[in-house]
Design a protein around this ligand. Sequence first.
Ligand SMILES: Nc1ncnc2c1ncn2[C@@H]1O[C@H](COP(=O)(O)OP(=O)(O)OP(=O)(O)O)[C@@H](O)[C@H]1O
Length: 474
Amino acid sequence: MRPIVHLPRPQGRCRPPPLPKFHLLPHRLPRRHVPRCHPHHHESLNTAREISNQIADSSPVLAFTTRTLLPKLSATFLNLPIVLLEDSRSADEDPRVVSTIQDLISTSPTTTQSRPAVSQEDTATLLYSSGTTGKSKGVISTHRNLISMVQIILTRFKLEGDGQPETFICTVPMFHVYGLAAFATGLLGSGSTVVILSRFDLGEMLRAISEYGATYLPLVPPILVAMIGAEKPLQLGSLRRVLSGGAPLSRELIDGFREKYPAVEILQGYGLTESTGIGASTDSHEESQRYGTAGLLSPNTEAKIVDPETGEPLPVNRTGELWLRGPYVMKGYYKNPEATRSTLDSKGWLKTGDLCYIDDDGYLFVVDRIKELIKYKGYQVAPAELEGLLLAHPEILDAAVIPFPDKEVGQVPMAYVVRKGESELTEAEVMEFVGKQVAPYKRIRRVAFVASIPKNPSGKILRKDLISLATSKL
Ligand SMILES: Nc1ncnc2c1ncn2[C@@H]1O[C@H](COP(=O)(O)OP(=O)(O)OP(=O)(O)O)[C@@H](O)[C@H]1O
């Protein structure tokens, strides 16, 4: 029987975990199916306001939280019973607390109570899409959706490298589809060893890699940016693979990573909350050699590229909107039939909103999100392409490109740039660097320097914030 490891919760800021205490838990699963977890403490990145909106929308009947996060559950929800993820209750606990996880574990289940029947079409999860391009919506994934995604992860994720089982590090939140599909269900189902970080912290991540001999690191692009930006290559110990997903990964970032960490393979996964996870991925060395691709379609997946204006299907190598169909496509948006109708067509196709092309061999390339394209004199400029170029500049640590309103041409590309350490890079130099490499309509025409680029937990640039920052000065 494999041990389940419980680590004492670190106090305050994350510190290197002390040596694990082993608790043997009786388990009926065969040995290889018992997952080993090294949980650090968990934190919700959502704000109290975001959580309140989700509670108001979804009307939950029970909440699970920690004592630290309790204040995020607004007192407006007076009648919401709470189970604390703690060992015991204190005397002056919030009156809404009805139990603790420890109490629940030590209570024997009543045998008289029959389990409710659950069908594959019933709702399994209601994840809220991040709302980077519109209002956040509750995405209904059914049991069938989730089961098919777990199956994809079990068949396509390489769970062994050189005959040894992989040890995974979890840096992504489980309230997002990436963490839910990969860590909370798929890898748990595979019996893999998973080390969980409560949130991304570069030092903490490196310590965990070395301490637990981690070999596989699924991450989001900002973590890659941080790893490439380090002055000297970081000590990655036994790490063999990273998997990037959740947001665009430019070719320039891939090059930068390969140059700095030649021993580590870089793979990619593409997906949406609406597809309950991975719609395409690179799963092998050969597949990852196809420069810049997000990979081959997941099993049981159909895809087509359509003209976003007319809905007409386009041939290979032509760029248009990606539509996906498969057993993992969501049932719809919760209490939002209008949004469901405009995203799912009557034949079950999911309109991803992503501008993509598929090459002759079936490899998917993501250009950008249609809603994020900048319109310069009617030409379309993809911010992701310009961000990729900027990141290749030796003095640029991070960058984001947004549309800046212009009376004459509609919108011009504006760059927010984070310079490296001592760099004195000027606005003109940034514009010239990009200008030399792109068609005139794609040129960056405004530059501002900032200390960091705002991003959400799934790695997406919070362009709305940057646009309000830029336009507030108009
Ligand atoms: N490998 C990838 N390469 C490029 N883009 C990716 C990749 N993986 C995910 N994405 C982007 O992430 C999107 C899915 O995002 P997610 O479902 O997490 O929330 P959201 O779409 O940001 O929420 P909202 O639609 O409300 O803005 C995809 O449509 C795509 O634009």
